[in-house]
Ligand binder design. Structure first.
Ligand SMILES: Nc1ncnc2c1ncn2[C@@H]1O[C@H](COP(=O)(O)OP(=O)(O)OP(=O)(O)O)[C@@H](O)[C@H]1O
Ligand SMILES: [Mg+2]
Length: 305
């Protein structure tokens, strides 16, 4: 993997949202949802993004998809900067970069049947025609564990897991290279989560996909990711290979995040103090800089010495 080319490069990305206006109509202050994030994803790799609610994970994903303009920094896709492109310039990237979101209920138009849902992106991007398109959709359906008979059914006729399979088929219908998976299994029953994750892995191998995998569930993200970035307050505080991150977490926030999944093991007092100290100083620029403390293991601040 480490010899594959860098497909996605995020360079000091910032996305600030205005919080409101003062009486003269000027922006009062900004919410720094993403505040200087840098990382790279190599072709064929799965990069996991974890962190508590509101830490900025989805905002990073939405910037990569160019659903948002960003405040500062740049995203390079296969070496090309996306930031200043208009819709026309973005068109090829709108095919190459696809997304799968958490909620398979709201993301599928209820008035379209499966054939229409999955072939819509194909039509937009001019892939296949007529019977060929229908055949391609039927094949994709089988790849995501559904059946040809499902072509003329509507979203409400499926379970949550099946709807997410339809969303996945839709995302893959235009043969993307890179897929932003934003909590793709969080809304599903625990019993089907593993099936969907395994399927995403199989599809990745078959189609040579690269994933950004945003997740709350730390055991699942460890399983699927090659490397993981930990976000806290709009910044990355640690990046490492999955096993290294779990076996040897260095940043107090990563430690806290990992210990909180062991439910029975409440956050240790010393960790909490470290975290509070960190939180107090996290606005500083030094705190935002990631240092490589061992090969491929990066941490913010002066932790890990
Ligand atoms: N469109 C928006 N307008 C204003 N503020 C926003 C917008 N989108 C996100 N935010 C704010 O930016 C911050 C980061 O949100 P984001 O959705 O990226 O977090 P997240 O890590 O994905 O959280 P979760 O785990 O709950 O999905 C939050 O404070 C959120 O309220
Ligand atoms: Mg989110």
């Amino acid at each position: 993997m480490s010899e594959n080319k860098v497909l996605v490069e995020v360079n000091n990305l910032k996305k600030h949202f205005p919080k409101g206006k003062d009486l003269r109509g000027r922006d009062k202050s900004v919410l720094k949802a993403v505040d200087g994030v840098s990382f790279q994803i190599r072709q064929g790799e799965t990069f996991g993004l974890v962190g508590e609610s509101g830490s900025g994970k989805s905002t990073v994903g939405r910037c990569l998809l160019r659903l948002y303009d960003y405040t500062d920094g740049e995203v390079f896709y296969d070496g090309k900067p996306l930031g200043k492109l208009g819709e026309k310039g973005l068109k090829p990237f709108r095919r190459q970069i696809q997304s799968i979101f958490q909620d398979p209920y709201s993301s599928l138009n209820p008035s379209l049947n499966v054939l229409e849902l999955i072939s819509e992106p194909m039509r937009i991007h001019g892939l296949y025609r007529g019977e060929e398109r229908k055949e391609a959709v039927a094949e994709l359906l089988e790849k995501v564990g559904l059946k040809r008979e499902h072509l003329y059914r509507f979203p409400h006729e499926f379970s949550g897991g099946q709807r997410q399979r339809i969303s996945i088929a839709r995302a893959l219908s235009v043969r993307p290279e890179f897929v932003v998976c934003d909590e793709p299994i969080s809304a599903l029953d625990v019993s089907v989560q593993a099936q969907v994750v395994n399927m995403l892995e199989d599809l990745q191998a078959e189609f040579g996909l690269t994933y950004l995998f945003i997740a709350h569930d730390l055991s699942m993200v460890r399983h699927i990711s090659d490397r993981i970035g930990v976000m806290y307050g709009g910044r990355l505080v640690e990046v490492a290979e999955s096993d290294e991150l779990y076996d040897n977490p260095l940043h107090p926030y990563t430690k806290a995040l990992l210990s909180s999944i062991l439910e029975t093991d409440p956050l240790k007092a010393s960790q909490r103090i470290q975290l509070e100290t960190y939180a107090a100083g996290r606005g500083s620029e030094e705190a935002a800089v990631l240092r490589e403390v061992s090969p491929g293991h990066y941490v913010a601040g002066d932790y890990g010495n």
